[in-house]
Design a protein around this ligand. Structure first.
Ligand code: NAP
Length: 255
């Protein structure tokens, strides 16, 4: 059985490892936006050329199933996968790591629909004080926050075309981060507001625990809604089960 895995995430790498000995012919695809993605050993490093390009790829390569393990905010790829699988009749499962919305402290956060709204909400609350804001939203949306005067932006890689900004510091760091280091960072950098997107999962959650401990206000960008009718699971183990259920008995390895 040939499976296309749309990756670029921790879960994508975990799935590649889990499926290595199953006999499934797995093709891992990444967009290749970061150096890490480009050097991570994926089988394909490029886009497909929209819905039509992906549909043509699925047909030309006799793909039996698609696993969408892209990031919860990679909404374009998820929409394209859903449409291409519909037109080609290819089974699709989306691996979506659990949202942070169910955390006990999530009700105390300011939830916003997008990055522009997040920037506006932080600016409004902090109008009377000079807040230093920690941005943990990745590289791509930083421009939406350019009106904020005091920013520490934590990113894995320098954004394309980045220009120094007065009052802004870019900190190149790649997670996961533990609670102690997050507490130290919030204290020593005098952070008075944290902006995050609802990436979910455990690897990036320590900053939220630290913010809760120190009473730092959190501004959370909600996830884009997934396409309707998509088959979603929450763990790599559930993806493996989904694939096993799909796999014809004749292609399963004998014990
Ligand atoms: P996006 O906006 O949803 O996708 C933009 C385009 O990138 C897609 O239309 C597709 O190009 C190409 N693409 C995306 N994922 C791909 C994949 N796995 N394989 C081949 N092509 C892919 O995605 P994004 O937010 O820019 O993220 C790009 C990649 O980085 C994703 O794979 C995602 O898992 C990973 N990532 C994203 C975030 C985030 O916060 N957005 C965080 C961590 C990792 P075509 O239309 O040409 O096919």
């Amino acid at each position: 059985m040939r499976v296309l895995l749309l990756g670029g995430t921790t879960e994508g790498r975990e799935l590649t490892a889990s499926l290595a000995s199953t006999g499934i012919d797995l093709v891992e695809s990444v967009a290749g936006r970061t150096a890490e993605a480009r050097t991570g050993g994926a089988d394909r490093i490029a886009g497909f050329g929209g819905v039509e390009g992906l549909a043509a790829y699925l047909r030309a390569n006799n793909v039996d199933a698609v696993v969408d393990a892209t990031h919860p905010f990679a909404a374009t790829m998820t929409t394209h996968a859903s449409r291409a699988c519909t037109v080609t009749g290819t089974p699709l499962v989306r691996l979506s790591r659990p949202s942070w919305a169910k955390r006990g402290d999530a009700g105390g956060w300011t939830w916003v629909p997008d990055h522009r709204a997040a920037a506006a909400a932080v600016a409004e609350v902090g109008a009377s004080e000079r807040r230093r804001v920690l941005l943990t939203v990745g590289r791509q949306p930083l421009d939406a926050y350019r009106a904020l005067p005091l920013v520490l932006a934590r990113v894995a890689e320098v954004p394309d075309g980045w220009l120094e900004r007065s009052g802004w510091e870019l900190r190149l760091q790649r997670g996961p981060f533990d609670l102690e280091s997050e507490l130290t960072m919030l204290r020593t950098e005098r952070i008075s507001a944290l902006v995050s997107k609802d990436s979910g999962g455990h690897a990036a959650a320590s900053k939220l625990d630290a913010a809760a401990r120190l009473g730092v206000p959190v501004f959370m960008v909600a996830r884009p809604a997934p396409p309707r009718g998509i088959d979603e699971v929450a763990s790599t183990a559930a993806v493996v089960e989904w694939l096993e259920a799909l796999r014809p008995a004749r292609t399963r390895p004998t014990a």
